[in-house]
Design a protein around this ligand. Sequence first.
Ligand SMILES: Nc1[nH]c(=O)nc2c1ncn2[C@H]1C[C@H](O)[C@@H](COP(=O)(O)OP(=O)(O)OP(=O)(O)O)O1
Length: 185
Amino acid sequence: MKGEGEEAEVLTWIPCSKVKFYTNAFVVKDGKILLGYKKRGFGAQKYNGFGGKVEAGETSLQAAGRELEEESGISSASLVHAGVLFFVTEDSESAFHIDIYRGEAYEGIEKDVRETDEMRPEWFDIDKIPYDKMWEDDVFWMPMLLDKKWFWGRADFRVPPGESGKETKQARWWFGELEDATASH
Ligand SMILES: Nc1[nH]c(=O)nc2c1ncn2[C@H]1C[C@H](O)[C@@H](COP(=O)(O)OP(=O)(O)OP(=O)(O)O)O1
């Protein structure tokens, strides 16, 4: 049985005082979604959208377009802001504000898609998204992205109490739809 202290620790949000600004883009076309199998780095061996750090002097939208092209070869999908994921992990001193984009794909996009050193792109039917091979929180907000509902949420990852390994798991999270979806974004 767990002591009270341990329970309380699990229920607390992880404190953070610095935030890194990232993007992540998911391209959707004809009932399919393009995911990338991450071959190296943080989140390796998981399927994810294509994204990375927003560099100095860039807007989030510019960064999303650049990262999508660098990691998948897609250069002109039209990107729409789909939501925000605030991601906090014991692995990193900083939290991540991740602007999530939905890419509405153009005709013939398939031929532009290419594998890179970092990502192996693969199309999935939207009713067969491999959530068991993705970040644990994605299943909570992906339906809102697919339904074009603007969302906001937070996920905290911790090494579960009593586990000696370093692997973090989702410990606390919430996601919701923004009420004023007509606001400019
Ligand atoms: N779909 C997702 N769900 C989640 O919970 N965390 C995610 C996520 N996508 C990214 N993250 C986290 C993992 C990582 O700590 C951080 C940034 O991850 P990314 O894979 O986007 O960036 P990279 O480390 O590849 O950055 P660059 O080197 O700039 O390309 O955000």
